[in-house]
Design a protein around this ligand. Structure first.
Ligand code: ADP
Ligand code: MG
Length: 368
């Protein structure tokens, strides 16, 4: 196991810079997920760590040692790709044994490691099969097995579950997590899927356009997003974001919308963005709004009954607002109702810079 560190890491392809000097320190045994939209530089960063791409400038350290000039095979890492890259003509056993044979590991040691990995991954019944005789999930496990047998200091994964259907993706996610809990190997995992990031990561690194927007635990990036980008990327449905103007402790939502008091302890002037998670919006049931809440008229557009709760998509003063409410609440599309905003959970962002303003709302408190 090992620590991993990026220092002012830059990647340029010709004149085009695609990774703009990122800094990241990964602890020994940590599971780090790089997440962000397609093209934001996740794979490029991972490939520089693997040694598959040159580093334009900056430094990568594995366990304190600068590896910029170290060959991929001497970095003591193992990478699992999206397409698995299994050898079609080899059995599962041979696919897993191959890299060890190549390294001239003793035959008995190879056998021990392959059988141990097969045991961890539930692959024993399939050791004699060829990749084409396996399901997608089994192939994925073989690709992981190939990484495990090498007993590397660091695991690298690039979108390893994207080729699986939704259900299998869910169960493989659980297996990935179990595997990490069992082996405890430092892991850097790349995905564009924020659910994967949130469920797997010890810490999430949210990337956008070759920059790091925020590094934090899943709780931190969800409850205290550092920017509009993170607020809009993490969570489904995403945070409700309404342009607002602040003046003398009050906030006007939208052009001509509701005026609400700034939440206690929050300040700001000029053009802001008001943010509220769907679970912090409820449907008012007639009784007056208690302190810290405000009722606003909303036009119901779409209702999604999800079983455990209902999603109500509305417009408030011309802006889309989603509410996650109790399952028995079923408004009709076209209906006007009052949504109740929990202002204590307000997020505020500077409209010009996109950065969060002030302390994030307290979290971890019970839902009202
Ligand atoms: P991600 O994995 O986050 O989707 P990538 O790291 O693959 O993104 O790509 C980041 C940016 O670098 C993209 O704009 C992509 O087009 C560009 N890029 C990636 N590989 C190359 C390459 N070999 N030559 C030129 N540009 C590249
Ligand atoms: Mg990629």
């Amino acid at each position: 196991m090992a620590t991993v560190e990026f220092r002012k890491l830059v990647k340029r392809y010709g004149a085009v810079e695609v990774v703009h000097g990122i800094d990241l320190a990964i602890a020994d045994g940590e599971f780090i997920v790089l997440v962000g939209p397609s093209g934001c530089g996740k794979s490029t960063s991972l490939r520089m760590l693997a040694g598959l791409e040159d580093i334009t400038s900056g430094e990568i350290r594995i366990d304190g040692r600068v590896v910029n000039e170290v060959e991929p095979r001497d970095r003591d890492i193992a990478m699992v790709f999206q397409d698995y890259a299994l050898y079609p003509h080899m059995s599962v056993y041979e696919n897993m044994a191959f890299s060890l044979q190549y390294r001239k590991v003793a035959k008995r040691e190879i056998d021990r490691r392959v059988r141990e990995a097969a045991d961890v991954l539930g692959l024993e019944p399939y050791l004699k099969r060829r990749p084409k005789q396996l399901s997608g999930g089994q192939r994925q496990r073989v690709a992981m097995g190939r990484a495990i047998v090498r007993n590397p200091q660091v695991f690298l994964f690039d979108e390893p579950l994207s080729n699986l259907d939704a259900k299998l993706r869910g169960s493989m996610r659980v297996e990935m997590k179990k595997l990490h809990q069992r082996l405890g190997v430092t892991t850097v995992y790349v995905t564009h899927d924020q659910v994967e990031a949130m469920t797997l990561a010890d810490r999430v690194v949210v990337m956008n356009g070759g920059h790091i927007e925020q590094i934090g635990t899943p709780d931190e990036v969800y409850h205290a997003p550092a920017s509009l980008f993170v607020a809009g990327f993490i969570g489904a449905p995403t945070m409700n974001l309404i342009p607002a103007t602040a003046d003398e402790g009050r906030l006007r939502l939208g052009q001509s919308g509701e005026v609400v008091p700034l939440p206690p302890g929050r300040s700001g002037t000029g053009d802001l963005v008001f943010g509220l998670r769907p679970e912090d919006v409820e449907v008012a049931q007639g009784e007056p709004a208690p302190a810290g809440r405000i009722d606003v008229p909303a036009l119901v557009e779409v209702v999604e009954p999800l079983g455990a709760d209902t999603l109500v998509f509305t417009t408030v003063a011309g802006h889309a607002v989603a509410a996650r409410v109790r399952p028995e609440i079923r408004p009709m599309p076209g209906e006007t109702l009052k949504l109740r905003f929990n202002l204590e959970r307000t997020h505020l962002f500077d409209a010009a810079t996109g950065r969060a303003i002030g302390a994030p709302p307290a979290h971890g408190t019970a839902r009202a």
